[in-house]
Design a protein around this ligand. Structure first.
Ligand SMILES: C[S@@+](CC[C@H](N)C(=O)[O-])C[C@H]1O[C@@H](n2cnc3c(N)ncnc32)[C@H](O)[C@@H]1O
Length: 372
């Protein structure tokens, strides 16, 4: 994060189809989840953007409505491509939709429609993540029950498309290289995060947000943008979410020491977003502590089965598997300042958690054990 250990965050309550406020090639990473075409809860949002959507649905023209809805999203993807730096990533969480229109049940393949358009824009596709969201709902099997040829496979996954603009990023100066080394992730995190199937992401509870709002807004769990931000950007980078909803991407950016910008067309989300920001210091520090404790639990297990690990992290003093993890440093949050349009987060420059006699301690006090 350079010497000034602070990050800046800005929310714009406007349509992300117009991103004039964001200069070309100024964003390092986009993490987002748009409204999903052909999922009924978002019909109104698309119809407001183009009234022809409502007419197509009224005519039972499912394919026509699907295409019109995607044309609205295309305008945002065009902006995303423009504002991303060369070497920057866009991680787009999108689920397909199943729907009966005019008596015909079928799949509307949102992920492939978004992918085709983004490839046309010039993005390179990288291996994507399948986010598995299992349901135990009694009505999860659709169609003709136990009789063949009329039953449908349950839709229990979404996609996270991973797209890159241009050639791989180069980390040019010494400051960027240092921030990159400090932003490394643990070996065991790499093994889990870089798997192409993410099982149910329970992880951390959302901070300051009730379940009703989360369900109504289609919010993703904190763990999803937090992982992606750690995987595809470094401390001090700029992260953008053009479909901010309840602000989860910005919460994750704050927790990870990245700057951020968010667009949200519905001003009714303002109260929820800023309520979450207000609680960020404690929430983020709990996530950081949990990450460190998970690592220490991993070290204990690995040492039992494989003997001592080969390297020591120079900030925390705990063992790590590889040389690349020796400079990992998770800046704890100190305070947040909210002025109407801009949020400033300040971070500690020194480690307050140390590895002592096989355990993590803060000011000589043992951190409570982690139940895993
Ligand atoms: C699926 S939700 C995002 C949820 C978010 N990831 C979260 O964790 O809360 C999509 C959001 O995009 C907003 N939206 C839809 N079209 C938009 C547009 N063109 N510009 C900005 N926001 C838009 C909707 O109001 C909705 O809040």
């Amino acid at each position: 994060m350079g010497n000034a250990v602070k990050t800046l965050h800005k929310v714009l309550f406007k349509n992300a189809q117009d991103m004039n406020d964001v200069p070309c090639e100024s964003v390092d990473l986009v993490v987002t989840s748009p409204p999903y075409p052909m999922i009924a809860m978002w019909d109104v949002v698309f119809a407001e953007q183009n009234p022809a959507v409502e007419e197509a649905l009224r005519r039972d023209d499912g394919c026509g409505a699907f295409e019109l809805m995607h044309r609205e999203l295309d305008k945002v993807w065009t902006q995303v491509y423009r504002v991303l730096k060369n070497g920057g990533f866009a991680c787009i969480n999108i689920g397909d939709a199943t729907r009966t229109v005019g008596g015909e049940f079928k799949l509307y393949p949102n992920h492939s429609r978004v992918l085709s358009y983004c490839l046309k824009l010039g993005f390179s596709a990288l291996p994507e993540i399948l986010w598995r969201k299992q349901t135990n709902a009694p009505n999860k099997f659709m169609g003709s029950g136990m009789l063949p040829a009329g039953a449908y496979v349950t839709l229990e996954h979404e996609f996270i498309l991973i797209l890159r603009k241009g050639k791989p990023r180069r980390f040019r100066d010494a400051d960027e290289q240092r921030r990159r080394r400090e932003s490394a992730f643990f070996w065991e995190e790499r093994n889990e995060w870089f798997s192409d199937v993410w099982e149910d992401l329970k992880g951390a509870k959302q901070n300051n947000i009730d379940k009703a709002i989360r369900d109504r807004s289609g919010a993703f769990p904190f763990e999803l943008p937090y992982r992606l931000i750690n995987m595809y950007s470094i401390k001090g980078d700029m992260v953008l979410d053009p479909f901010l909803g309840t602000g989860t991407t910005m919460v994750a950016a704050m927790a990870a020491g990245r700057n951020s910008i968010g667009f949200e067309a519905d001003p009714n989300f303002k109260r929820h977003i800023f309520h979450r920001f207000a609680g960020i210091v404690d929430f983020a520090n709990q996530q950081i502590e949990a990450r460190l404790r998970r690592h220490v639990a991993f070290v204990k297990e690995k040492t039992k089965t494989h003997g001592a690990l080969g390297y020591i992290n120079r900030h925390y003093g705990f063992p790590v598997m590889t040389q690349q993890e020796t400079e990992i440093f998770l800046n704890e949050l100190r305070r947040i300042e909210i002025d109407d349009a801009i949020v400033k987060v300040e971070y500690g420059e020194n480690v307050s958690i140390f590895f002592v006699k096989g355990d993590l301690e803060r000011k000589g006090k043992l951190l409570p054990p982690l139940s895993i």
